[in-house]
Design a protein around this ligand. Sequence first.
Ligand code: BTN
Length: 233
Amino acid sequence: MDPASVESQLRGRFGRPYIYREQCPTTQELVRGLPEGAVAAADEQTAGRGRRGRPWIAPPGSAILFSLSLRPQIAPERLAAFSLVAAEAVCEATSPEAAVRWPNDVIAGGAKLAGVLCELREGQLVVGVGINANLSEDELPAGTRIPATSLQILRGGPVARAAVLADVLWELEVRYDRYAAHGFEGLERDELRGRTVHLVGGASGPAEGVDELGRLLVAGKAHSSAEVERLDA
Ligand code: BTN
């Protein structure tokens, strides 16, 4: 994940500049205030965070942990759609088996491979991505909300994290440019479609895809993540 390895494999604008720390509290803060395209990555985070205030924990050196700085013209209500775009980019770059479990999980073989956390503050959109990379079955975190998997397990051997990071940044760039030109074009790799969703208030029904704002469609109505109690996965 060192700058020389990553920078030599970059294909586009994203990852320039590239900032790397062996350890930091969270890459989400390391990238704050930097220009569009800047990426901060770390081997270890001491205060890594996930969605809904959950911690994001990864053994040192095992994961691909980075935050990308973007400065789009994006209304806050479009953030959910952009998270799906980013998660689909991670799928495309990592595994043909991977799909997006709304609202932000990357799932392969029924287990979580990666997570995406988008945070909008003062005109900067920080896209944080954590991918389980070099972890064997024995090293996977236990007791997580969703069982975990890793690229090492899916590909049958350790992966070169710098190469995967460069691939993910390229896919993010392609999709970001498409999003800027055409808006959200829908979710192709939709892992949740057809599964039962339990809504706050007691109703439930099968997931029917997502709308143009990235909200989940259940029984013909659009729902934000705050309106979803749980997913049957
Ligand atoms: C989730 O699944 O809840 C989202 C996880 C996002 C984790 C990444 S790791 C890099 C970046 N830094 C953080 O503290 N969080 C994101």
